[in-house]
Design a protein around this ligand. Structure first.
Ligand code: AMP
Ligand code: MG
Length: 399
C-alpha cells in the first residue's frame, strides 16, 4: 500500500476525533474558549437613541437660524431616565451615553456653543439627529451576534457581555497528557552524561499547547520498557482525552509504542505519512475514547507533526470553525529531493508593500532543532524530486 499523503492523514484524523463535551463558564473565564452556542442581541443596539456628545439636547426645529438662543431647562446625565423638553426654545444639558430626552432630536456639542448663565448661543445650523446614535442603527434585537464555533477573544467577550450573557456554553478543555519516551532522555537541570540527551520535546509540546490555549496539560516520561510503557499508557488512557507521545514509533527494537498501544486496545488509524520530517507518525483511537498521537522523537519532526496535525485536530474537537490555512510565497528556491511532502521551517517577512513572504530556514536534518530559533512555522512543499522556485506559494503552518 502506498503511503498516506498529509491531506489524507489529516482527513483520517478528522473522521476519528470525537467532539469534546460542552461546559458552562462565567464570562470572565471564557477568553480563548470556543463558543458552542449562538449569541443573539438582547436588545436593539444601541438600545435607545443614544447621545453621542457632551452638550445640549434640543429640538432642531426650535434652533433654526444662524444664531439661536436657548434656555437651559435642566440637566440629564448618562443613566438618568429620559426627561421631556417642553419648551421648543429651550434645551437640556446632556452627557454622552444618555438617552435622548423626549421632545429632542439633536445634540449640539458643548464645544460649539457659548454659554451665558442659563442661556446658550448656538451659532451653527442644527441638523435633525446630529450627534445622536439612533436606536437599532447597529443591529436589531434578536440578530445573530456570535455563531457557535467562534473562538472568544476580547471583542467577542465584550459582545457577549453586551448581550447580557453572564455565562457561556463553550467546549470543555481536553485533558491532555504529553508523554516522552526514551532511556537516553534527561530532565533539564539534572546532571547529564555524554551519551545522554535533554528531554526537550515534552517542553516544546507543552509550550505549544499552552500558547494555543490548552490549559489542562499533564506531562510524563516513560523508559523504553514494555512493562512500564504498558502500565503508564494504560493509566493515561483511562484518565485523559488526548495522549501526545514523542519517540518510540520508528522501526528499532526499542520502538515499543505502536505495539503497546495496540495491545491496550488503541485502534491504529495510520502509521507513516509520506512526509519529511515526521514520516513515522502514528495515530490511533482507543475504544474507550481517547485519541493518541504518537509523534516521532526527532525534535523537528515532533514540533512539525504537532502543528501540522495535532493542533488543528484539537481545535476541530473543540468545535472551532475551520479556518483556511494561509498560503505564502517562499523568498528563495528550495530543492525537495525525496518523493515525500517536505516541511520547510520559515521566518515570515513583510515587505514595504505590506506583502508577507516566507524566508526558508532549513535545518540540518530532523534532529537539528537549534535551527528553529526565530522561525514562525513552516511551509508544506509538495513531494520531490523538484526544485520549487522563489515565489512558489505553499501552505503555511504556525508553530
Ligand atoms: P525515537 O523516535 O525514539 O527513535 O527518537 C528519535 C531521536 O529523537 C533520537 O535521537 C532521540 O534521542 C530523540 N528524542 C526522542 N525523544 C526526545 C525528546 N523528548 N527530547 C529530545 N529528543 C528526543
Ligand atoms: Mg526512542
Amino acid at each position: 500500500m502506498s503511503l498516506l499523503t498529509p491531506a489524507q492523514a489529516e482527513t483520517l484524523i478528522e473522521q476519528h476525533l470525537a467532539c469534546l463535551p460542552i461546559e458552562s463558564l462565567p464570562l470572565t473565564q471564557s477568553a480563548g474558549a470556543v463558543l458552542r452556542e449562538n449569541v443573539y442581541a438582547e436588545r436593539d443596539q444601541p438600545p435607545f437613541d443614544r447621545v453621542a456628545m457632551d452638550g445640549f439636547a434640543l429640538s432642531s426645529a426650535g434652533a433654526r437660524g444662524d444664531a439661536a438662543r436657548l434656555r437651559v431647562c435642566s440637566t440629564q446625565a448618562a443613566g438618568d431616565p429620559p426627561q421631556a423638553l417642553t419648551d421648543a426654545a429651550g434645551c437640556i444639558e446632556i452627557m454622552t451615553g444618555a438617552i435622548l430626552p423626549r421632545g429632542c432630536d439633536a445634540v449640539v456639542p458643548v464645544e460649539q456653543v457659548q454659554r451665558d448663565g442659563d442661556i446658550v448661543h448656538v451659532r451653527k445650523p442644527v441638523a435633525p439627529w446630529q450627534n445622536v446614535h439612533r436606536r437599532g442603527s447597529d443591529c436589531r434585537q434578536g440578530a445573530l451576534l456570535l455563531a457557535t464555533g467562534t473562538r472568544l477573544s476580547a471583542p467577542e467577550v465584550a459582545i457577549a457581555a453586551g448581550a447580557g450573557m453572564a455565562r457561556l456554553r463553550v467546549s470543555a478543555q481536553p485533558m491532555i497528557v504529553v508523554i516522552s519516551t526514551g532511556n537516553e532522555l534527561i530532565e533539564p537541570g539534572e546532571i547529564i552524561e555524554p551519551h545522554q540527551v535533554r528531554r526537550s520535546n515534552a517542553y516544546g509540546i507543552t509550550a505549544s499547547l499552552r500558547q494555543h490555549g490548552f490549559a489542562r496539560v499533564a506531562d510524563d516520561h516513560v523508559r523504553d520498557d514494555e512493562a512500564q510503557l504498558t502500565e503508564r499508557l494504560d493509566f493515561h488512557l483511562r484518565t485523559h482525552d488526548v495522549l501526545i507521545l514523542s519517540g518510540g514509533v520508528s522501526m528499532g527494537r526499542m520502538d515499543l509504542v505502536p505495539k503497546v498501544l495496540e495491545k491496550l486496545g488503541v485502534n491504529l488509524v495510520f502509521h507513516h505519512v509520506a512526509q519529511r520530517p515526521g514520516k513515522p507518525m502514528w495515530f490511533g483511537v482507543s475504544q474507550a475514547g481517547p485519541a493518541v498521537f504518537a509523534l516521532p522523537g526527532n525534535p523537528v519532526s515532533t514540533l512539525v507533526c504537532l502543528s501540522r496535525y495535532v493542533l488543528p485536530a484539537l481545535r476541530a474537537a473543540m468545535g472551532q470553525a475551520a479556518r483556511e490555512t494561509p498560503r505564502i510565497a517562499i523568498t528563495a528556491s528550495f530543492e525537495v529531493k525525496a518523493p515525500l511532502a517536505f516541511y520547510l521551517p520559515v521566518k515570515l517577512k513583510t515587505d514595504d508593500w505590506g506583502r508577507t513572504s516566507a524566508e526558508p530556514a532549513p535545518t540540518n536534518g530532523s534532529g537539528d532543532f537549534t535551527a528553529l530559533a526565530g522561525t514562525d512555522g513552516f511551509v508544506e512543499l509538495p513531494p520531490g524530486p523538484n526544485t520549487y522556485p522563489k515565489g512558489f506559494v505553499a501552505r503555511f503552518f504556525r508553530w
